[in-house]
Design a protein around this ligand. Structure first.
Ligand code: ZN
Ligand code: ZN
Length: 540
């Protein structure tokens, strides 16, 4: 509507309604029309549109707008930094209608001639476009998880006499995927007729078949005779460097492996799960003794890093706590946003006192379950935390995170982070790079230096388990373990549903061989209390 120059108030009412819907805790499908229309920020006119969506699964007014907008213009809405106003200029004045053309115009320095586009803006748009094109067709692990599991199940049901396995990046538990690999003993005829019945378009490549789903997500079908099945799956489910090293092992020879285990038995190496088939060095480790048992989802004993209605969360502390208790967790660490995060309703000092009173009362009610007092304190531009020491002292745990001025050099980022790590009130460094997978790169950091500083100052590094963050990157976890730095798999939950994200943190942590002993959120309640005592002693 913005792009088509509609009435501002009309636009605002839709946008308010969308915001209100997003924050509702009950499904609108269960509401009567009068209940729906009575919700503040929805009203009758938009309420009727919501009913239309519920009944027809469509919204005709939206369809009309989409109809009269070129697809390339719609695509531009996905580009970071391109709002409706800029898109209108690009479309109507520059007469550009596709992402490719727009990138070219940036390279040609053509945007700067138009109102609202300085040199800096043009550069930012160009970078965002390059990033977008590079990641197009890629999906987060969490986004393809259901598809992968359903596909495996449907194949098994349709062809029980064949063998099928989801392999490749999915089996390796990568944080995002460009395509899904399936190894199957199906014949070409069977596959083609099965997929055609589902209206998939199939293409034949040199080594595999591909088909693409609705979202342009590619599925690769590796049709393999039974005698080759396990080896094919193995080759697809390890890093190329790992595979290369494997094929050079003294006892390795190609044969018809009867199982995955047989591949390991042949070369006298203990089992290495697909998630850990990354660096070749692990083969040597597994040759001498079995690998340590990596962390499992059931090893998460408490919820660390969660928000409530006190800042930008959806559920109250009580709701969050009861849910955590019911799900078998021993404690909940509530860390709402701090005062600098005004956009997230961050806590001013007086509200902290009130929040702590509420937590004290809840702790009496919910014992032996414990809610700990925490804060996600903003790391300011100069690296300081955004409360005076006496306020910081009122928390059991302080998580320090960067949320502002993310565009910075490595030098600047490191100055801020190291100062925050040196602060004796900091117990956990939150999402260390600020990255958002497939959409924001995060500021540049030197992981080795961060790990060294955390080791020196007894600071835990968070592995933010939100599937779009998974930050810190698992590739640096091994180094942290070697330096005796604890990792903390935290869901950064903004609602009860967020707890389930712990699993995605665990899956990538397994890739790095993280054990429960090296993970703070696997501490029992007693161990957590000890940890807090130890952290408080640090404050002097
Ligand atoms: Zn944060
Ligand atoms: Zn947070």
């Amino acid at each position: 509507m913005d792009i088509h120059g509609e009435n501002e108030f009309k636009i605002k009412s839709y946008s308010n309604a969308a915001y209100t819907l997003d924050k509702l805790t009950e499904p609108v499908v269960d509401m009567s029309p009068s209940q729906l229309f009575a919700i503040r920020g929805i009203g009758e006119a938009i309420g009727k549109k919501i009913q239309e969506i519920i009944e027809t699964k469509r919204l005709s007014i939206l369809d009309e707008y989409i109809q009269k907008t070129p697809p390339g213009i719609l695509e531009m809405l996905k580009i970071k930094g391109l709002g409706p106003k800029k898109i209108v200029t690009i479309w109507k004045e520059l007469e550009i209608e596709s992402i490719g053309e727009l990138l070219y115009a940036c390279e040609e320095n053509r945007l700067v001639k138009y109102k609202g586009f300085g040199e800096k803006t043009q550069k930012n748009i160009q970078e965002a476009l390059e990033f977008y094109l590079h990641h197009q067709g890629n999906y987060l692990y969490e986004q393809v998880e259901n598809l992968a599991n359903n596909l495996q199940q449907n194949l098994q049901d349709a062809f029980p006499n064949d063998t099928h396995i989801i392999s490749g990046a999915f089996k390796r538990q990568m944080e995002w995927l460009g395509f899904l690999d399936i190894v199957t003993t199906l014949s070409e005829d069977n596959l083609v007729s099965w997929l055609s019945a589902k209206l998939f378009k199939i293409e034949k490549n040199e080594n595999y078949f591909t088909c693409k789903g609705e979202d342009n997500f590619e599925i690769r079908w590796h049709l393999t005779p039974t005698e080759n099945f396990f080896w094919k799956d193995f080759t697809l489910s390890c890093d190329p460097a790992f595979l290369n090293a494997w094929e050079k092992l003294p006892h390795f020879k190609m044969e018809a492996f009867k199982s995955e285990d047989a591949i390991f038995e042949q070369v006298n190496v203990h089992y290495i799960p697909a998630s850990q088939r990354e660096l070749p060095e692990i083969i040597g480790k597994a040759a001498t003794k079995p690998l340590s048992k990596t962390i499992q989802p059931s090893d998460i004993k408490g919820i660390i890093h969660s928000h409530s209605t006190w800042s930008d969360g959806i559920h109250t502390i009580e709701q969050m706590a009861i849910a955590a208790k019911e799900q078998g967790y021993e404690y909940l660490i509530i860390s709402d946003h701090s005062k600098s995060a005004f956009y997230a309703n961050g806590l001013q000092a007086d509200r902290i006192i009130a929040q702590h009173k509420e937590i004290d009362a809840l702790n009496k009610k919910l014992a032996p379950f414990v809610i700990f007092k925490s804060i996600e304190s903003d790391i300011l531009n100069d690296g300081s935390l955004d409360y005076p020491d006496e306020v910081l002292a009122s928390f059991d745990i302080v998580i320090a995170s960067v949320h502002s001025n993310l565009k910075m050099t490595e030098e600047k980022a490191m100055m801020r982070l190291i100062r925050a790590i040196c602060n004796p009130y900091t117990s956990i460094l939150g999402h260390p790079t600020g990255r958002l997978l497939l959409s924001r790169k995060g500021y540049p950091v030197n992981h080795d230096e961060i790990i060294e500083a955390c080791a020196e100052h007894n600071v835990v590094i968070e592995l933010n388990a939100h599937p779009r963050r998974l930050d810190m990157d698992w590739r640096f976890i091994q180094k942290a373990i070697e330096s005796d730095v604890l990792i903390s798999i935290d869901p950064d939950a903004h609602a009860i549903e967020g707890y389930k994200d712990c699993k995605y943190g665990v899956l990538v942590a397994q890739k790095a061989g993280l054990t429960a002993a090296n993970n703070l959120s696997s501490f029992s309640l007693a161990e957590m209390m000890e940890f807090i005592e130890y952290q408080q002693a640090k404050r002097g």
